[in-house]
Design a protein around this ligand. Structure first.
Ligand code: ADP
Length: 489
């Protein structure tokens, strides 16, 4: 058995990668796109059946390539998205409500103060529509079949990992891992169990929720087109990336520059409660030990580059942004704030909107592109400052991954503006790598310490133009204040 498979069930695509444990490398991959629907402004839905069938398809592809030498499958997935299904048939009873969906914003805004306080204290999260609990509540209120099945004791509600595990094991295992559970807003991250009082508030009984297991646990046996194979090792995508980046000791952190930007900072066995708007979450539970993390996110990072390309049409490809940014010595006084759908941590303001400031008659598209790239790094710097305030630890090195981490200008500016080295690994698929490692740990093929030895660095960006970057950051903060002003038309 020389291979494990990492199944990465992301928001835009489902991918499976065959990982060779001895060689320490991915040897084969398969991918299927996943469609999202936007039935009303702010709503985002997906078809859980499509997710399952495409997962089975890509797994089949990798299994065929491996010719029977696979020890197990590790799963990583988009977090918070919820699926409700019939326990007897495995059929979803409504569209999956995706993490980006804002349909429960009002509900969350109006949550009683005592519950908001308890949610923060027990789950480490804020009262935001982003997390699963209010989405499950919404389905119980609006999908008649959900109520019927609930009364009959046949309802299941869970995140994407739990649905895939249920389907792949033919209904034999209804379980999730601690990292996914920690994003539901129902899970006490200190006691590692669902919280009775919060469940009561949301009207979500324990019976409809998956059993919670460790990240390196056994999740049963999958049947993939007649091939029986172990499911072992599960983690949410950001936590899997932290493991894939080998940020497995206290004080280490990673930033993923994808559609959004996600900072995760390992706080060891201590759960640090954030006073500055970050989230506390479980990093993983491996070898019986629970590790915690502080998390901050910027909703639009790479998607701002997509906006330049597809909305403003001033780029033909995302990578062209690098060439344009370095064609000018600075952004010519232009600052940008990517608050297209509000601002996430540390502001949590859904009414804030995007901002482009400092335009003059001399402004060119190169200045605007540079300002947009700078804004991504400035958003990350703001999160890093919060993290230092909360933990008292100054991050000396940022491990980077995600599509936009290919951009050398962005990575260099990130180093400059945060006065920290930015370390880019050779293996860019950190999320899938994390799932492969978790599976290998679960199958006793490697230990968590070995992950550190396996990480290979491709390039380190060392800070040099710190003063100039500081000025850029100060201008960004001024523009951000304006974005938070909520102009009425
Ligand atoms: P996700 O996993 O969230 O779908 P990826 O990690 O695949 O995202 O990254 C894709 C994002 O990265 C896109 O938004 C794209 O605009 C951005 N991106 C890709 N390459 C570059 C680049 N060279 N410079 C800037 N942004 C880039």
């Amino acid at each position: 058995m020389k291979y494990v498979i990492a199944l990465d069930a992301g928001t835009t695509s489902i991918r499976a990668f065959l990982y060779d444990i001895e060689k320490g490398a991915f040897v084969h991959g398969a991918q299927q796109e996943v469609a999202s629907k936007y039935p009303f402004p702010g709503w985002v839905e997906q078809d859980a059946n499509e997710i399952y069938f495409k997962a089975a398809y890509v797994l089949n592809d990798c299994l065929a390539y491996a010719k029977g030498k696979v020890a197990g499958i590790g799963i990583t997935n988009q977090r918070e998205t919820v699926v409700l299904w019939d326990k007897t048939t495995g059929e979803p009873i409504c569209p999956a409500i995706v993490w980006q969906c804002r349909r429960t914003s009002e509900f969350c805004k109006n949550m009683p103060k005592e519950i908001v306080r308890r949610v923060k204290e027990r789950t480490g999260l804020t009262n935001d529509a982003y997390f699963s609990a209010s989405k499950i509540r919404w389905a119980l209120d609006h999908v008649p079949l959900a109520r019927t099945l609930l009364k009959e004791g046949k309802l299941c509600a869970g995140t994407i990992d739990s649905y895939l595990i249920f389907k792949l094991t033919e209904g034999n295992v209804f379980a999730t891992d601690v990292t996914n559970a920690s994003r539901t807003m129902l899970f006490d991250i200190h006691f590692c169990d669902y919280d009775e009082e919060i469940m009561r508030f949301f009207g979500i009984p324990r019976e409809i929720l998956p059993e919670v297991r460790a990240s390196d646990a056994d999740f049963g046996t999958a049947n993939i087109g007649g091939t029986k194979i172990a499911l072992a090792g599960v983690a949410g995508d950001q936590q899997a990336a932290l493991i894939g980046q080998a940020a497995v000791t206290e004080g280490e952190g990673k930033i993923t520059y994808g559609t959004g930007l996600f900072l995760l900072f390992h706080t060891g066995g201590k759960c640090i409660s954030s006073e500055s708007g970050l989230l506390s979450t479980i990093a993983y539970q491996v070898g019986g030990e629970t590790a915690y993390a502080l998390e901050g996110s910027v909703f639009h990072a790479g998607s701002s580059i997509q906006w330049l390309r597809d909305g403003l049409e001033i780029l033909s490809t995302s990578s062209e942004s690098e060439r344009l940014a370095i064609s000018v010595p600075d952004a010519g006084g232009v600052s940008f704030v990517p608050a297209f759908t509000g601002l996430g941590a540390p502001h949590w303001d859904s009414e804030a909107r995007g901002m482009l400031t400092g335009l003059t008659r001399g402004t060119t598209r190169a200045h605007i592109v540079r300002a947009v790239l700078e804004s991504i790094a400035c958003g990350a710097r703001e999160l890093l400052d919060c993290m230092t305030k909360d933990s008292g630890i100054l991050l000396k090195e940022i491990k980077c991954d995600g599509g936009a981490s290919q951009n050398n200008f962005l990575m260099q500016f990130q180093a400059d503006v945060s006065s920290a080295n930015v370390n880019r690994p050779k293996e860019r698929e950190s999320t899938a790598l994390g799932a492969a490692y978790l599976c290998a740990c679960a199958k006793d093929m490697m230990s968590i310490d070995e992950i550190v030895r396996r990480r290979e660095c491709e390039r380190v960006f060392v800070p040099h133009e710190k003063e100039k970057a500081k000025q850029v950051y100060n201008s960004y903060l001024v523009a951000e204040k304006r974005a938070l002003m909520h102009f009425e038309n």
